[in-house]
Structure formats: C-alpha cells, structure tokens
Design a protein around this ligand. Structure first.
Ligand code: NAD
Length: 328
C-alpha cells in the first residue's frame, strides 16, 4: 500500500483518479480548494486548502506516519474551456504558477519519490488541418496559442528541474481534451463536449443551439477512464519529459454536436455565432505513450453515450417543475 497525494481531487479528472487509486488499495489524501461537487470523495483524507500558498502545500505534503508520500499527482489548476482560458489569462498565469512553483519545490524537499504533473496539449503551437501529428519535442521552439499553455510549459520545466536536483522521478502527461461524467458542465468553465451536451439537453427537438466559430475547428477527445488509466501507466513508466495522452479520433466541432444530438435522439440545428475557438486543429503523436502498452479504448461515440445521460440528468435536476424536457 502506497501513500499518495492527489492535488485537484475536488475536480473532474483527479476525482476519478482518486477512485482508481483507491480500487488498488492505496492510502490516498485529496487536496483541493473545494470538495467534489457531484459525488463524495473516495479519498481516505481530504484537505480543503488553497495550494497557491506555500503553507498549504507543506500541510498537504505532511504524510501520515513515517517518511514522505510515495507519489504525488498534481492536477490542481485554475482552468476551463476556451471561453475561460481567453478571458482569465492573468488569473491563470498567477494562480497556476504559484500552485506549481510551490508543489514542485515542497514535494522535492519533502522527499517525494514520484511526481506527476498534468500538462496539456495547449503547450503546442496553432496547427493547420491535415498537418502531420506533432511529436513531443516539437513543443519547442515554443509558441503556445494561449497563456494557459505557456504556464504549463513553465510548470513542466519547474518539475523537471526539481526532479534533476533532488532525485525525484517526474512524469509529465500532456492531456488532450478530456470529457466524461462529473466534469464541469455549466458556469463558464465547461469544455466543448460538456457545453454541447448541456445545450442539446436543454434544447427541444428541432430547435437550434449556438456553436462558437464556424464549427470547422478539428479536435480529438479522450474519455476520462482512458485518461486516468494513462496517468497511472505513465507515472509508473520510464518515460521522461512531456508525454502526450490522448486518442487519435478527430472530429470537427459541428460533427461533435451532431454526434451528441444523435445520442440524445434529437434533431438539432446548429447556429454559428462568434466566440473564442482556439486553434484551428490539434494533432499530436501518441507513439511514446503507446509504447507502454496503454491505448485509448473508449470511442467518442461510446464516451458520449456514457456522458450525455449524466449531463441530461443534471439539466433535468435544475429544470423548474412543469417545464418539459423536449417537445416535438
Ligand atoms: P477541474 O477544474 O475539474 O479540476 C481542477 C481542480 O483544481 C479544481 O477542483 C479546482 O478547485 C482545483 N484548484 C484550482 N485552484 C486551486 C487552488 N488554488 N488550490 C487548490 N485547488 C485548486 O479540471 P480537470 O479537467 O479535472 O483538470 C485537471 C488537470 O488536467 C488540470 O491541471 C488541467 O489543466 C489539466 N488538463 C485538463 C484537460 C481537460 O480536458 N479537462 C486537458 C488538458 C489538461
């Protein structure tokens, strides 16, 4: 049984990660500024703390019993979909740099054995459709499309530097867009799959939904169970430096909306409006990650079939009594 700290455990991916680590029988502490919103935490111990503060990071890292935590998974971040990333760039740069500067430093000083950092596909430059997939080293020369991506690169480097100097094993997962049940689905921080599921759940059959941009931006999406399996596999692999975790199943934003409508059993019209879209395309190689034997198993259709009903239930739960879900 290992002692494991999961930061960001009040959030989406880390909440699922805690459940996965508990199934293996480890002792897990979760740390976050908030408790999980949608289901109770599976962690043995949950600390509500602001990880921008050095003292909070030290407190989170004070392991029970003898010695330091065997593993730290650092997934806490001020983050959201494109709307949030573009409007809150100062908060993202400030908050996330503080969290990561403190977490890498105090983990290394505490003698943590293995440290995982959740980086992002946003470290890569803007891409054109049909460009060959980028390998990890092509994050340099660096030209991320947004400040969130620049901070991720800084945090990768901070973790690697502390790993080198303090003998801490560091693993850096660069996540593709991730979706699934218990992810943020409203409030301005939701990402495209959750936002589209919500809009379609709120729409009546035959109505139209708004989609930002012209709907042609190409993306790939990874179901949360695949992402969590990838995180744990990468943590225990010998792969150094940034490693892409994702699925090579590319769709346009319009195609994603149409797929969700099909799963929902509704006819939906798409109305394009101006809004923050992000890069035109994003296409990265997975051969390093797949060299571990890990593969994304859940197709986009299957993942949406698992996610849409969960979001529909959230929408239904918030709907005033007497308002029908659909009308034909
Ligand atoms: P999330 O917002 O659901 O989880 C992040 C958690 O961090 C939240 O619960 C939040 O409360 C917590 N947090 C933020 N500031 C904090 C602070 N000062 N102190 C303590 N806790 C704080 O996001 P997620 O989708 O689960 O993302 C997890 C990690 O994966 C993040 O680092 C994110 O940047 C990265 N990532 C996510 C995606 C994706 O598609 N979801 C893609 C690429 C990278």
């Amino acid at each position: 049984m290992k002692k494991i700290l999961v930061c960001g455990a009040g959030g989406f991916i880390a909440g699922h990660l805690v459940k996965r680590l508990k199934r293996e029988g480890h002792w897990v502490r979760g740390g976050d500024q908030k408790r999980p919103e949608f289901s109770p935490t599976a962690a043995d111990d949950f600390q509500v703390l602001d990880l921008r503060e050095a003292e909070s990071c030290r407190a989170a890292l004070a392991a029970p019993g003898e010695g330091a935590f065997d593993e730290v998974y650092q997934l806490a971040a001020d983050m959201g979909g494109m709307g949030f990333i573009h409007s809150a760039e100062c908060e993202i740069m400030y908050n996330n740099a503080l969290i990561n500067a403190h977490m890498t430093r105090f983990s290394a000083l505490a003698g943590v054995r293995r440290y995982f950092f959740s980086s992002s596909a946003c470290v890569y430059r803007n891409m054109l459709k049909d460009e060959p997939a980028l390998a990890e080293e092509q994050a340099y020369p660096a030209m991320p499309d947004n400040e969130y991506g620049w901070e991720k690169l800084y945090a990768e480097r901070a973790a690697m530097a502390h790993g080198r100097r303090h003998g801490m094993i560091v693993r850096l997962g660069r996540f593709q867009n991730c979706y699934g049940p218990e992810g943020t689905w409203r409030g301005g921080r939701e990402k495209a799959p959750a936002a589209l599921c919500r809009k379609i759940a709120e729409a009546r059959d035959g109505e139209s939904i708004e989609v930002w941009g012209d709907g042609t931006a190409m993306r790939a999406y990874t179901y949360v169970d695949d992402m969590v399996e990838g995180i744990v596999t990468l943590m225990h692999s010998s792969l150094e430096n940034g490693v892409n975790i994702g699925r090579q199943e590319y769709v346009s934003v319009d195609a994603l909306a149409n797929l969700i409508a099909e799963v929902a059993g509704k006819k939906i019209r798409i109305h394009h409006v101006s809004g923050p879209v992000g890069v035109a395309a994003r296409n990265f190689r997975l051969d390093r990650m797949e060299s571990t034997g890990w593969r994304s198993r859940v197709s986009l259709r299957e993942g949406i079939a698992r996610t849409y009903p969960w979001i529909e239930r959230q929408v239904e739960a918030g709907r005033p009594a007497g308002v029908a879900a659909t009308a034909s």
